[in-house]
Design a protein. Structure first.
Length: 266
């Protein structure tokens, strides 16, 4: 229930806009580039980005697939998809958007060359069905690339955002809202879901966040499910939370984030 509730919060247009503006450049674009460099589409390939959000992976894949390629950014949130640019550049494949659940992808069997899912799998309640759908749409020998945050490790900036709101004491919008452990995975969980694929690899990779400014790091909370709660704090609590977040960023401007990068073939 917690995962479903957290995922549903991304339907907000304001969250999607701030996600694209503040979080994507620092938190998600570097992982997107890494994922596409790890599982490289060939020019002209058809690529599906599952749980695409605002399209970080889709944009990186569009450049790799080239103008003869096809890139489909799918997500359950129309608000997030509205932030996906349909054209990543003259040398890139056009990007189509597809509003769909990861557990029911409305594409034909064996119609896709590469499937990606960056940090989205833990937000899906029925992860086994989602992986079954990804395999179904992949052509035989097609490639899968997945990134998930690592269970038991600190996840910045989200854990810090949750810590600040926990201290301020507002009512949680859903159970365990301040706890991001529900969207992290163990290696065993990931390998279990990938059991139906061939040539499975799971590597642990760390990236340091490179915020352009303290203000951007603080404003990133507005691109999360915490954003509406943060904005609704009473003025004195809001100012205190801002101060704490600024102190956190000043003390640790480049925190290390660790994730699993998994690859497989259908």
């Amino acid at each position: 229930m917690t995962v479903d509730a957290r995922a549903s919060m991304f339907q907000s247009d304001s969250i999607a806009e701030n996600y694209r503006r503040y979080l994507s450049p620092t938190v998600f674009d570097p992982w997107a580039r890494l994922l596409v460099e790890t599982v490289i589409p060939a020019p002209g390939d058809t690529v599906l980005d599952v749980a695409s959000g605002t399209g970080a992976v889709a944009r990186a894949a569009a450049l790799a697939a080239g103008p003869t390629g096809r890139v489909i950014a799918s997500d359950l949130s129309a608000g997030m998809l509205a932030e996906v640019s349909s054209n990543a550049g003259l040398k890139s494949a056009p990007i189509e958007t597809l509003e769909a659940a990861a557990t029911a992808i409305p594409l034909e069997d064996e119609s896709v060359d590469v499937v990606y899912c960056q940090h989205g799998l833990p937000f899906v309640r029925d992860q086994r069905t989602a992986l079954t759908e990804m395999k179904r749409v992949l052509r035989p020998g097609g490639s899968l690339g997945i990134i998930t945050w690592v269970a038991g490790m600190r996840l910045e900036p989200f854990d810090s955002y949750g810590d600040v709101l926990r201290e301020e004491g507002p009512t949680e919008p859903f159970p365990r809202a301040w706890d991001f452990d529900s969207v992290k995975m163990t290696r065993a969980q990931l390998l279990k879901h990938l059991a139906g694929f061939e040539d499975v690899t799971v590597n642990t990779v760390s990236i340091r966040l490179d915020w352009p400014s303290v203000d951007d790091a603080v404003a990133g909370i507005l691109g999360t499910p915490y954003g509406p709660v943060f904005s609704s704090l009473l003025p004195e609590r809001h100012d205190h939370a801002l101060s704490v977040l600024r102190d956190w960023m000043t003390a640790s401007p480049h925190p290390l984030v660790t994730a699993f990068v998994a690859t497989a073939r259908a």
